[in-house]
Design a binder for this molecule. Structure first.
Ligand code: ADP
Ligand code: MG
Length: 245
């Protein structure tokens, strides 16, 4: 058996970002191992999406570093562009392409021959249990089904890291728990590190191996969900968990 790697898949160190003189990300550091799901949990406006966008490479940090598998991908002078970071993205409003078939949506980021791409698309659609829609179009699918196609699309190129920004908040309450569980089991089959941003404690409790509680641009507490929930470090953390429920 291969030695388990001790190198984090994703490591961010002391990331900072200000807009118009106001600091919104104020020294965030995190490590995520392959196969691990970390939830960045905090109230609206605390800097979660900005943190994610810097990791994705669509926002530039003022300072701090990002390493993937021990390799520097971004500091203040060196920067690998977003499309070469091997990162999968899922956002609430990151919609499918309406004019492309389900198969072409999933194949969007893939390289290789037509046959290779088709094989990977079939594999992914089978994984999310939507193979029967392979030649369908997004408007023929329910919201939950579209979400699963978006997951298949994000996973198709075998990203090293999956960044998910409130991916379930557009979904019907009734469907949400089921889709969270399905998504988690699919993610767990991949050897990818997941950073999931949410303002819902329920979602973090359900999906995270580790929760990083964020407030005012900083991570104020980090640990296993049970520990963060049962032993919040300060009053604001207690209030956040109880208000949100
Ligand atoms: P969250 O995702 O936790 O709700 P964000 O990271 O989206 O928070 O935003 C944090 C703060 O930074 C907010 O006050 C937001 O208005 C501000 N902000 C985010 N992006 C920009 C931008 N491009 N220009 C100016 N302010 C921004
Ligand atoms: Mg946000």
């Amino acid at each position: 058996m291969a030695e388990p790697s001790l190198v984090p898949r994703l490591e961010i160190k002391d990331l900072r970002r200000s807009f118009a003189g106001r600091t919104v990300v104020d020294g965030v550091s995190l490590q995520i191992m392959p196969g691990q799901v970390t939830c960045l949990l905090g109230p609206s406006g605390c800097g979660k999406s900005t943190t994610l966008r810097m990791i994705a490479g669509v926002e530039m940090q003022d300072s701090g570093t990002i390493h993937v598998d021990g390799k520097l991908i971004c500091d203040t002078v060196f920067r690998i562009p977003p499309e070469r970071r091997e990162i999968g993205l899922m956002f609430q409003d990151f919609a499918l392409f309406p004019h492309l078939s389900v198969a072409d949506n999933v194949a969007f980021g893939l390289h290789g021959t037509k046959a290779e791409k088709r094989a990977r698309v079939e594999e992914l659609l089978a994984r999310v249990d939507l193979l029967r829609f392979i030649d369908g179009y997004p408007h023929q699918l329910s919201g939950g089904e579209q979400q699963r196609v978006a997951l298949a699309r994000a996973l198709a190129p075998k990203p090293r890291i999956m960044l998910m920004d409130e991916p379930f908040s557009g979904l019907d309450n009734r469907l949400r728990d089921g889709i969270r569980d399905e998504t988690l089991s699919i993610l767990k089959e991949e050897d990818t590190a997941v950073l999931l941003v949410t303002h819902e404690p329920d979602e973090a409790m359900r999906m995270a191996d580790e929760i990083a509680l964020m407030r005012d641009g900083r991570i104020v507490q980090q640990g296993a969900p049970y520990n963060v929930y049962t032993r919040p470090l300060d009053r604001a953390a207690v209030a956040f968990f109880s208000d949100a429920n």
